[in-house]
Ligand binder design. Structure first.
Ligand code: TXA
Ligand code: MG
Length: 325
């Protein structure tokens, strides 16, 4: 069984010895390790059952000079760092050759860097003389944890040290922006720092084209609960689905009739609040006695891209035509 602690000294000692430690960030909990130690990184890949070709984000402290790791920091990336660091924004740069452990980059020539805002993550990073890799602290493809207990539950057989920093305030993973191009940016993974916020700071919009950069968003399934999750884009479809699945766990924006018949949770209409609740509520649904989860998909509106991306990769989309009459 893993150990949950508030003692940062224990976490520092374990990380210095090359052991993985689960740490809080403002987005989700990360499975952290010394980014300069191949042994430490290999332990993280093994624990997560993550393919070695899937690169990791390097987490740095607020006062790090990132030019030691990256070849160039374009002007627009500086503006984004000034506006959003520390915070839930990851930037992908061209790595300085030979400066980053190839296990971090998955053998690519780029490196993803993030400066987390969570005070416990920052306190840790400022005390260590190496950056941390920190993929989300869940087995590959599963739901990310937003509490220390969720990390414990994600790795039931591990003897992991989990540093408790409370419930994550953002609730979904950071936005990832490709900053390898000298003057054009592209969002590789949506998050709560959305396209509008980024284009507002930069006063221009995104370069939209196919990218050869590999990202989790390129996988069809990810963020998956244990129980089958069905996604409906209208209340009518949701209702019809429920009619044929009386024990469904319902995650819907509607209340009234639905919740007098079904167990579940009424989704908040604010995107920030829904991001905060999303993984937390999917885990509750997994713990319930229901055999399936059915969820309403939020409308495709600005600010909701990150949430929709997570939901669509977590389950199976159902439309009216696929349901029995
Ligand atoms: O909010 C977050 O970003 C959380 C917390 C713990 O910081 N971390 C996180 O890590 O979500 P992970 O490993 O679950 O997802 C990060 C993704 C990887 O799956 C990878 O595809 C992408 O970032 N990534 C890492 N390095 C990259 C690179 N050089 N180029 C493109 N994508 C990269
Ligand atoms: Mg992840």
């Amino acid at each position: 069984m893993s150990t949950i602690t508030h003692n940062i000294e224990l976490a520092i000692a374990a990380l210095q010895e090359g052991e993985p430690v689960a740490i809080p960030t403002e987005t989700v909990y990360g499975l952290a390790g010394n980014a300069e130690s191949s042994e430490a990184i290999k332990k993280i890949f093994a624990m997560k059952h993550r393919p070695l070709t899937h690169p990791l984000i390097m987490h740095v402290s607020e006062n790090s000079d990132i030019s030691q790791w990256v070849e160039a920091v374009p002007e627009y990336a500086r503006q984004l760092m000034a506006a959003f660091w520390p915070g839930p924004l990851t930037l992908v740069f061209n790595a300085r050759p030979g400066r980053i452990n190839p296990l971090v980059t998955g053998g690519q020539t780029t490196v993803a860097i993030r400066c987390p805002k969570h005070p416990v993550a920052q306190a840790l990073l400022s005390r260590l003389d190496f950056p941390l890799v920190a993929p989300s602290a869940n087995p590959f493809g599963k739901i990310s944890p937003t509490t220390a207990e969720h990390v414990q539950h994600s790795f039931p057989d591990a003897h992991l040290l989990i540093l408790d920093g409370g419930r994550c305030t953002v609730g979904i993973e950071s936005t990832i922006v490709d900053a390898t191009h000298p003057d054009a940016y592209q969002i590789l993974r949506h998050g709560m720092i959305d396209e509008q916020a980024i284009s507002y700071v930069l006063n221009r919009s995104e370069r939209k084209e196919e990218t050869s950069i590999r990202v989790p968003g390129k996988l069809d399934s990810h963020y998956q609960p244990e129980k089958p999750l069905y996604i409906c884009d209208s209340t009518e479809t949701l209702q019809r689905f429920c009619n044929t699945s009386p024990d469904a766990w319902v995650l819907s924006f509607q209340k009234d009739a639905l919740f007098s018949q079904f167990q579940g949770y009424q989704l908040p209409s604010d995107s920030g609040q829904l991001a905060y609740e999303l993984y937390y509520r999917l885990r509750m649904a997994d713990q319930s006695g229901s055999s399936v989860i059915v969820m309403e998909l939020p409308a495709n509106e600005p600010g909701w891209e990150g949430i929709r991306e997570r939901i669509l990769k977590a389950g199976t989309f159902v439309c009216d035509a696929t349901l029995p009459e």
